[in-house]
Design a protein. Structure first.
Length: 97
């Protein structure tokens, strides 16, 4: 019997070109994902809140950066503001093994 593979979770990264902290956290996300064997566990999307304010409003993003993990069409993880590499590892560990 063939096993059906679940689609990867989506990682939405809400940022702003004018935000230094957002650029640093994005580099941390890259680092954490590359450290893991299954770094393709997410389909990743970077959303500039200034270019797509409607999308930011839809997901109630009020802080930049904000990371949302969407799995099975639901937001299952929300990470807001500055975050360290160890904290990102902990928060994303259910998807990055």
């Amino acid at each position: 019997m063939q096993q059906i593979k679940a689609p990867p979770a989506r990682l939405l990264y809400f940022s702003s070109a004018r935000s230094g902290p957002a650029r640093r956290v994005e580099a941390f996300v890259d680092q954490v994902m590359q450290e893991r064997q299954n770094h393709q566990a997410f389909r990743r999307y970077t959303i500039d809140v200034e270019e797509q304010p409607d999308l930011a409003e839809r997901f109630r993003v009020q802080v930049v950066p904000t990371i949302l993990v969407i799995d099975d069409r639901k937001v299952v993880r929300r990470i807001e503001g500055r975050v360290s590499v160890p904290e990102l590892r902990r928060q994303l560990s259910p998807w990055l093994r």
